[in-house]
Write a new protein. Structure first.
Lengths: 155, 342
């Protein structure tokens, strides 16, 4: 565990106003709405700072794309700094939160936004190796940190 | 004549994703499955009803996900590899399954375990980037005889060759498949070949290696969504000529659109693959007229074989039954039969 924060001075945006979704907006019988997915993840707390991933601009509505026909979800997130070692933790949080909420047959791919991380390929590979993710989530310390981040809005 | 893969039975019981299945090579209709629920289940086929039921649950020994299981060639022992860093050897399934040996050498998760053809050696591999070889002595005592370093990343699988004591390992380390051999009488294993992207190898993590019955062909599958076939002149090696390198023969791509987690070559020459696209696919030698380039073709694609990712596929060891077992993230094991429809 590093003693200093990776990014001691993050840029924090004000909490975004929630769009009030009408009945018509919410009714869709043809697959999942990217904005629904965004709702699940926007309030995940950053592992280092007491702000949400949305407030730190790690995530935005544009982060989520959905392939309705194949039930595949792609999330691209932007770590706050190029050498962010929290990138893999953030990725695990995203996956854990979605695993909780989505039916089993959805496929989720999680990537860092192109150009946003010095070890982009290496981070992306780790985040999408199902076996590595499963093993990491069995580590009690890591699991606890992830749970704190994903359930923070419910505390 | 049309072929189809028909679902014979769905085996339920595991409470988390099932990572691996293994048919007992000596006892017909017996298979083992292992899971993230930390247990291993032994399933047996009833001689009366012909359906499978769970005969034993091996639990309490592994404290984390059990990733891989493999029967000894005699069918009397089962080795299990776990994220808890231990590899266990079990016996006495008819009465009271007992863990008779615990092998501990890896520093982190163990990913795979494999027996050699004679059952005298066991190989394991894991996230610590190493491959270990164990000798099985009488009274099931196991001794670590080699620790092989050479991979630069997590080693996903080890697989002994079906006829010779050649060990193959594949990895997360962008493509590498390594071949290990002990040429001298001192018992030192060396890496005699590395198959990487530059040898027409995979461009991402290689998950599984499987051999044909003759041992002159090998099939591999990867995160790169392709299946590759490799070959060698094994007869030359068997006649004592020294190491004969493997070469790439064929790449099958375009039919799976997610990572391919498992591939297995049947005794009668059919390759089965299982992937993250929820499909099971079968491939065969296309018997093309080309002498220069062997070609394989897609025989059958089973869509939505499971509700989600398939982690393991394995053909039953006999030639007649044409049974295939599959294990999935949907927590089930399925038994399939390859049938011909007129």
């Amino acid at each position: 565990m590093t003693l200093g924060l990776i990014n001691a001075n993050p840029v924090v945006q004000a909490k975004k106003e929630r769009l009030v979704r009408t009945q018509e907006d919410q009714y869709r019988d043809d697959g999942v709405d990217p904005l629904d997915i965004y709702e699940y993840v926007r309030d995940i707390r950053d592992p280092e700072h007491p702000y949400t991933l949305e407030q730190l601009s790690v995530l935005s509505e544009e982060s989520v794309t959905v392939d309705d026909k194949l039930d595949r979800i792609l999330i691209k997130f932007t770590p706050t700094v190029q050498h962010c070692s929290m990138a893999t933790i953030i990725g695990l949080c995203l996956r854990a939160k979605l695993n909780e909420r989505l039916p089993l047959h959805y496929k989720v791919d999680i990537l860092v936004s192109p150009g946003s991380h010095a070890d982009e390929d290496s981070v992306n590979k780790q985040l999408n190796d199902k076996e590595r993710v499963a093993a990491a989530m069995e580590n009690p310390n890591l699991r606890q940190l992830v749970d704190e981040c994903i359930f923070s809005d419910e505390i | 004549m049309k072929l189809d893969l028909v679902e014979v039975q769905k085996l339920e019981g595991h409470s988390a994703r099932v990572w691996n299945v293994a048919w007992n090579p000596a006892a017909a209709g017996v298979l083992a499955s292992c899971s993230a629920d930390k247990t291993v289940r032994i399933w047996e086929q009833s001689s009366l009803s012909r359906s499978w039921s769970c005969k034993a649950v091996l639990e309490g020994t592994h404290t984390r996900t059990v990733k891989s299981c493999a029967w000894s060639p005699s069918g009397k022992l089962l080795a299990t590899a776990s994220f808890d860093g231990k590899t266990c050897v079990w016996e006495n399934f008819a009465t009271d399954s007992e863990c008779v040996s615990v092998l501990q050498v890896h520093e982190s998760e163990v990913k795979s375990v494999s027996w050699n053809a004679s059952g005298s050696l066991l190989a394991t591999c894991g996230r610590d980037k190493s491959v270990s070889i164990w000798e099985i002595q009488p009274e099931d005592e196991c001794y670590c005889v080699a620790m092989l370093l050479g991979h630069s990343e997590d080693v996903k699988m080890v697989q002994w060759h079906p006829t010779m004591d050649l060990l193959f390992s594949c990895s997360y380390d962008n493509t590498i498949i390594k071949v290990w051999w002990c040429e001298d009488e001192y018992g030192d294993y060396d890496c005699v070949q590395t198959l990487s992207e530059s040898n027409n190898g995979h461009s991402s993590t290689v998950w599984v290696i499987s051999f044909n019955a003759a041992g002159d062909r090998m099939v591999t599958c990867s995160d790169d969504r392709t299946v590759k076939i490799w070959g060698t002149d094994i007869k030359r090696m068997q006649s004592g000529e020294g190491y004969v390198p493997w070469t790439h023969l064929c790449t099958l791509s375009g039919s799976h659109d997610r990572a391919i987690y498992s591939v297995h070559w049947s005794r009668d020459g059919i390759i089965a693959s299982g992937a993250g696209d929820d499909t099971i696919q079968l491939f065969v030698d296309s018997d093309s007229d080309s002498v220069v380039e062997p070609a394989y073709k897609l025989l059958l694609k089973k869509e939505k074989a499971h509700t989600t990712d398939i982690n393991s596929v394995q053909w039953a060891p006999d030639k007649e039954s044409r049974l295939l077992a599959s294990a999935s993230d949907d927590q089930t094991v399925k038994i399939w039969k390859l049938v011909s429809e007129p």
